[in-house]
Design a protein around this ligand. Structure first.
Ligand SMILES: *Cc1c(COP(=O)(O)O)cnc(C)c1O
Length: 451
């Protein structure tokens, strides 16, 4: 007859050799907590099932509990979706040089806020700033935590309690809860909407500027949203011309902030940082981890007079970038200065990979797996840039009995594999699978095909 009196005590379990090993791995307090919780679950279960596991089984339950608690939840994954800047999958993987820079700055002390020549305190704001100035020819630059922070800072520091003119067609939600009108409200600036959803004329800008005192004119990239049909919008240079006539600065939130012309790879044209500056924008904001291909960061570049106001604002301290970000960003910017971005930055390597290379890789995967077929398909850039634009690709297509279950199991592999489903076939796009992940990908698929 089973009875709760047969249940081993905490003390008895602590005597076991296995549990001593757990203590050296996880520390005594956590192991004790796991034992107590496991025994409680066994007792609760007893009233339902009238069954008591033996001591070995209990110790195994303790081990599982400890693993559940301590398993790292943030893991590297294999992105086989074909979406290059996948926000849910961490956007841009870093270049080798950027990873090395992060490693060396995190292994050691650094001159983060120390002037090595003067031997005195300095500011972290200098890092990356020089590189951004050389790369773009701007007077000044500032790096903060992300582009949402950059936009919030610009609006707060330059337009709090004052009017900001923005076109209705740009009052978009970008994803992840970033809505241009909400950020504007948060900054304390007053939104002045002009034009209609589909058409904005330069006269709309002129009228708004003439009717009231305006702190700044804001232009936002529509990100992952496209307006087509009966539409019109003035060029940035026209907006700059009418704004500057009234001494009002123009801020351009580019979102992705590409330094290279995407059209050279058969994609549409994504506005570049250089073009915004040439059009006369006073400040340009963009992300570090979209088409720049670096770490999460928000970059503001432009005229010293405005950047200085941003630097002095107390919010800048709260939004500052950390040393790992600054190290990775500087290394990424160096690739552009050395004109090697396409060869070195993973995002650009993926965008520029020719179709034949992808076809060859898929053929190779098919040979290794002994099954599957090549499927001509489309990769996308993602990350709020180039909506509706596609890159022709070649995917591995697998037909299995229960594709949803198979994909779920793939997500539980080490490393997890994220694929997509189309017409009952599981697709793996080699464009976004880092070449060094090829063997893990094949091993994981093979394991599931055989099990
Ligand atoms: C992505 C995006 C942002 C937000 O940038 P994060 O770096 O993700 O904070 C802001 N504005 C535009 C236009 C964007 O596309």
């Amino acid at each position: 007859m089973q009875s709760l009196r047969n249940l081993p005590s905490v003390e008895q379990i602590l005597q076991s050799d296995l549990v001593l090993i757990y203590i050296s791995t996880y520390g005594r307090p956590l192991v004790l907590e796991a034992i107590r919780l496991t025994l409680k679950k066994v007792r609760d279960n007893f009233s339902l099932q009238n069954n008591i596991p033996d001591q070995d089984e209990i110790i195994e339950l303790v081990r599982i509990q400890l693993e559940v608690w301590t398993e790292p939840s943030l893991l590297p994954v294999i992105n086989a979706t074909g979406v290059i800047l996948h926000t849910n999958l961490g956007r841009a993987p870093l270049s080798l040089a950027a990873r090395r820079a992060v490693q060396s700055v995190s292994d050691n002390y650094s001159n983060l806020e120390y002037d090595l020549i003067k031997g005195k305190r300095s500011t972290r704001l200098v890092h990356a700033e020089e590189l951004l100035k050389h790369l773009t020819g701007v007077q000044a630059a500032l790096v903060v935590n992300n582009n949402a922070a950059a936009v919030l800072l610009v609006l707060t520091a330059l337009a709090r309690r004052r009017a900001v003119v923005i076109a209705r067609s740009q009052l978009v939600e970008i994803g992840g809860g970033f809505r241009v009108p909400d950020v504007l409200k948060q900054s304390g600036a007053r939104l002045v909407e002009i034009g209609t959803t589909n058409r904005i004329h330069i006269a709309d800008y002129e009228q708004a500027i003439s009717e009231m005192p305006v702190a700044l004119v804001f232009r936002a990239h529509r990100s992952n949203f496209r307006i087509t049909g009966f539409t019109t919008e003035p060029d940035l240079s026209e907006i700059v011309e009418v704004s500057h006539r009234a001494n009002i600065p123009v801020i351009d939130d580019l979102g992705s902030g590409s330094f290279l012309d995407t059209a050279q790879f058969g994609l549409g044209h994504e506005p570049t940082v250089q073009e915004s500056l040439q059009s006369g924008a006073d400040l340009v904001c963009f992300s570090g981890d979209k088409l720049l291909g670096g770490p999460q960061a928000g970059i503001v570049i432009g005229k010293t007079e405005y950047i200085e106001k941003l630097k002095k604002h107390p919010l800048t301290r709260a939004l500052r970038a950390d040393k790992l970000c600054l190290a990775a960003l500087s290394a990424t910017l160096m690739h552009y200065l050395k004109d090697e971005a396409i060869q070195e930055i993973p995002v650009w390597k993926m965008i520029s990979t020719p179709l034949v290379n992808l076809q060859e890789r898929v053929q190779n995967w098919i040979v290794l797996l002994g099954q599957g077929s090549a499927n001509h398909n489309q990769s996308t850039v993602g990350g709020g840039s180039l909506p509706d634009e596609i890159l022709p690709t070649c995917c591995l297509a697998l037909s299995v009995r229960n594709p949803n279950r198979f994909m779920e199991k793939l997500r539980q592999q080490n490393p997890p594999v994220i694929s997509r489903l189309e017409n009952d076939q599981i697709l793996f796009d080699p464009r976004t699978v880092l070449p060094e992940q090829d063997s893990s990908l094949i091993r994981n698929i093979q394991f599931l095909l055989q099990s």
